[in-house]
Design a protein around this ligand. Structure first.
Ligand SMILES: [Fe+2]
Length: 152
């Protein structure tokens, strides 16, 4: 089923919400490819989704570090586990296994859970300092530098 962005998934930090929405778009693109049984496209979308998600995680982890989030290390560990899981699916897909619908369920469930529990928790904990860091939109500020660094 196509994932429609639910307002309750907003963490209230625009740049983070926009990146999460983009991941949802990739999950929906994956679903379209699954529906049309396009094996090659599934592989491509999965690779793009993994790549984008890794950039997003790196951005988020760096932001947490910047504001001194207390649970940055455990949060990072959940990201690592997730990326390892997607990569396993990619390997199985490349080997010709039909993992598509199983993968889609895992992705949508994990993402919603992670956004509404783990991401909401860190945003709540460091909201003020995060707003402060992100409101600096100068070229040499953290935001501009990090968007360039992680998303190119
Ligand atoms: Fe996260």
């Amino acid at each position: 089923m196509t994932m429609l962005w639910d307002a309750s998934w907003n963490v209230g930090i625009d740049v983070i919400d926009a990146q999460h929405k983009r991941i949802v778009e990739y999950i929906n693109a994956l679903e379209t490819a699954i529906t049309h049984q396009q094996h090659a496209v599934i592989g491509q979308v999965l690779a793009q989704l993994t790549d984008y998600t890794e950039s997003h995680f790196a951005f988020e982890e760096s932001l947490q570090q910047e504001v001194g989030y207390e649970y940055a290390i455990p949060h990072q560990a959940t990201h690592k586990t997730f990326v390892a899981r997607i990569k396993k699916y990619q390997t199985r897909h490349d080997a010709g296994e039909d993992i598509a619908s199983q993968l889609h369920t895992m992705l949508s469930t994990w993402l919603v859970h992670h956004i509404s529990r783990d991401d909401a928790a860190y945003v709540k904990a460091v909201h003020e300092s995060m707003r402060h860091v992100l409101s600096n939109t100068k070229e040499d500020g953290w935001l501009k530098r990090s968007l360039k660094r992680f998303f190119g």
